[in-house]
Write a protein that binds this ligand. Structure first.
Ligand code: 2P0
Length: 347
């Protein structure tokens, strides 16, 4: 933080979170309120993350924003909603220290960058909006619950406000004030937990999450089945598994949730395909590894893209990395991920 009366600048980082209970579907598009609870694991600060600087100055003549080195408009509804909400809270509470010394009429500049591909189903909007909201709140001295502000930028962003294992509550209220994120357990609760991100493609996804989940809610019958109780039950079971550090149960629910998300996408009309042949090879490889080892040692999960996130315990990382490197050698062909023939049958 640098500050004087006319200039203040804050820089923060926020990691990506990867859901094990999936958010897919809104009950209110404007406020970004979900149809069901979701639960995720926030990755470490040194891994996939957004880094954002926000500054206000008496010399700035307009609000401006640069994402990954390129200037973008701040006029998007979501950016505006977030800015408006943060400024409203500054005026309401007065900050810092109860006084009203922060002038919210000053223009701001936002500079943000990710250290991983944007919009390839790697939760870039989650890290990006969490980081923006957290930085703005630091800049203006806003305190208290802020995950509901991040939620209004991108639903999954509310979970990246906290580390460790994080629940996003559906909430019952129409105004969304009870739909925010809550830490279920800190990262230190399960120190052996590891994740491996397998980048199958860094291309942008063919259907964005926002649009995809809208079509799902309108057309999928299977989606109703999820909302009717499947997800709530799985959320309770997942919290129990996390509290007990029961990896096989954690892993099984994670894989079943990922599979049901992609089944719901297939049940959407017209259908949405996020997983590719390579993604499915990873699924087969994980099940083959678990079969050979005689217990569930690895779990996969896929979001709105073909890239896999594997969850496993520290002691199994060398073995699983060895198998992944064997079946998916890191050699590159024209910059494309290189995949061997029918690997899983070899096991
Ligand atoms: C999740 N995803 O729980 C799920 C799993 C993708 C698949 O949250 O419209 O980018 O901005 O609220 O947060 C992606 O949805 O969508 C997402 P918006 P968001 O992580």
């Amino acid at each position: 933080v640098k500050m004087d009366e006319t200039f203040r600048c804050v820089t923060c980082t926020a990691p990506v979170n990867i859901a094990v209970i999936k958010y897919w579907g809104k009950r209110n598009e404007k406020l970004i309120l979900p149809t069901n609870p979701s639960l995720s694991v926030t990755l470490g600060q040194d891994e996939l993350r957004a880094k954002t600087s926000v500054a206000f100055s008496s010399k700035y003549t307009e609000d401006r924003m640069w994402l990954n080195g390129k200037e973008e408009s701040v006029s998007s509804q979501r950016i505006q909603n977030v800015l408006k909400e943060v400024r409203r809270r500054v005026r309401k509470r007065g900050a810092p220290g109860g006084g009203n010394e922060v002038d919210t009429s000053r223009h701001i500049h936002i500079v943000s960058e990710n250290n991983f591909p944007t919009a390839a189903g790697l939760a870039s909007s989650a890290a990006g909006y969490a980081c923006l909201v957290y930085s703005l709140c630091k800049l203006y001295g806003v305190q208290g619950e802020i995950s509901d502000i991040a939620r209004q930028g991108s639903g999954s962003a509310c979970r990246s406000i906290y580390g460790g294992y994080v629940l996003w509550k559906t909430g019952d209220l129409m105004d969304g004030t009870d739909s925010f994120a809550e830490q279920v357990a800190p990262e230190s609760h399960w120190p052996e937990m590891r994740s491996l991100i397998c980048v199958v493609s860094d291309q942008k996804k063919h259907v964005g999450s926002t649009e995809g989940m809208q079509t799902t809610v309108l057309t999928s019958e299977l989606m109703q089945h999820r909302v009717d109780g499947v997800v709530s039950q799985r959320t309770d079971d997942m919290i129990e598994a996390i509290m007990a550090r029961d990896f096989p149960t954690f892993a099984k629910i994670t894989m079943q949730e990922s599979n049901q998300l992609h089944a719901v996408c297939l049940d959407t009309y017209p259908p949405i395909f996020y997983m590719t042949d390579t993604s499915r090879l990873i699924v087969r490889l994980v099940h083959a590894i678990n079969d050979v080892l005689g217990d569930i040692k690895v779990a996969y999960t896929f979001d709105a893209g073909p890239n896999a996130c594997l969850y496993l315990l520290k002691e199994d990382v060398p073995r699983v990395m060895g198998l992944l490197r064997h079946f998916f050698p890191p050699a590159q062909r024209n910059g494309e991920p290189f995949v061997t023939g029918l690997p899983v049958d070899e096991l």
